[in-house]
Design a binder for this molecule. Structure first.
Ligand code: DAH
Length: 343
């Protein structure tokens, strides 16, 4: 019986030596030490031993059990340690790695251009005035020398809300509002904002777009002041080499009126497809404030004079960035918008 026990010890230890995983280890524990295991099987024969032999064999059996248990325990510890090591390895993070960049938004090109235009005029001492987008017929037309049934109203097809209220068709009504608020004091403002027209959308038209209006009123304000101001503006916007020219035009709220062209941003004035070989691109309307408009704003045309101008932000942005379709500004294609993030 002693031999069988020693044989069991050798067999068990040899087999345990080979164990590679906790599952097999457990199987072997059951196989050798379990209730129906090999050791119990041998010890069943204890009953047939003499009283002297029994404690000796009992001692051997205990030694064998202890030896097997010791190896199992040691193996278990090794497996646990390995598992911990693997987990730590898997959870390791390299804190020196650069983070993942989050996608960030960027300022919309139209806002960017509007801000740039505003900055130029703020630099020239202008302040910013604003007015409502839902406007009365009076401010949008009448106070700008466009009485009801005046044919020039057709220049701007309008969205009417009632007979007397409409979506403003231009930022010019802010002129009159500012005059009324200023009560005869000198004025130097720009008025940025959205305007609305009953136009079909195409590459150069939109039912809603952005304008920036300018108004200067004071003593001895002359056409040359207007021209100098616009030249300054254009050169800051498009570069020192840019020139302007004024072409006589008509607006009911200015007299005389002019349309302003800038030397073509593409060819510099030599003539190309963009400027239809003329070397010039139209950028805004302007003129000397009409005496009737001054009067309706509460100013005496005998005492003061003024100039005004109005430009489309989309138009300036198209020219500045060489974009050929105004609809790009409104369709929110991130591939288009993202290009302005770094400009
Ligand atoms: N309000 C005009 C338009 O929308 C633009 C304009 C022209 C504004 C001449 C002015 C100006 O202040 O003097 O077409």
């Amino acid at each position: 019986m002693k031999e069988r026990l020693e044989g069991l010890r050798i067999e068990a230890l040899a087999e345990l030596e080979q164990v590679q995983n906790p599952q097999t280890l457990n199987d072997l524990r059951v196989k050798y030490l379990g209730k129906k295991g090999a050791l119990t099987e041998i010890l069943r024969g204890m009953g047939g031993l003499s009283a002297e032999e029994r404690p000796i064999i009992g001692q051997v059996a205990n030694d064998v059990r202890a030896a097997i248990e010791a190896v199992i325990e040691q193996k278990q510890e090794t497996f646990q340690q390995e598992e911990t090591n693997n987990r730590l390895r898997a959870e390791t993070i390299d804190v020196t790695l650069p983070g993942k960049a989050l996608p960030t938004g960027s300022v919309h090109p139209l806002n960017k251009v509007a801000q740039e235009i505003e900055d130029v005029f703020i630099g020239l001492g202008y302040s910013i005035a604003e007015g409502p987008e839902v406007e009365t017929d009076y401010y949008n037309f009448e106070a700008l020398n466009l009485p009801k049934n005046h044919p020039a109203r057709d220049m701007q097809d309008s969205f009417y809300i009632t007979d007397d209220i409409l979506m403003r068709t231009h930022t010019s009504p802010v002129q009159v509002r500012t005059m009324k608020e200023s009560k005869g004091a000198p004025i130097k403002v720009i008025c940025p904002g959205k305007v609305y027209r009953r136009d079909d959308d195409d590459a150069t038209h939109s039912f809603q777009f952005n304008q920036i209006e300018g108004l200067v009123i004071g003593r001895n304000i002359r056409m040359s002041d207007l021209k100098g101001t616009l030249l300054q503006f254009v050169q800051q916007m498009f570069g020192e080499q840019a020139q302007i020219r004024l072409r006589p035009s008509f607006f009911p709220f200015t007299e005389p009126s002019a349309e302003v062209d800038v030397t073509c941003v593409q060819c510099g004035g030599n003539g190309c497809r963009m400027c239809k070989q003329t070397g010039w691109l139209e950028i805004l309307g302007c003129g000397m404030v009409h005496p009737r408009v001054l009067e309706m704003g509460g100013y005496d045309p005998e005492e003061v004079s003024g100039f005004a101008f109005g430009m489309g932000v989309e138009r300036i942005a198209l020219l500045k960035y060489g974009i050929d379709d105004i609809r790009h500004f409104y369709t929110n294609d991130l591939r288009f918008l993202g290009q302005f993030a770094r400009m």
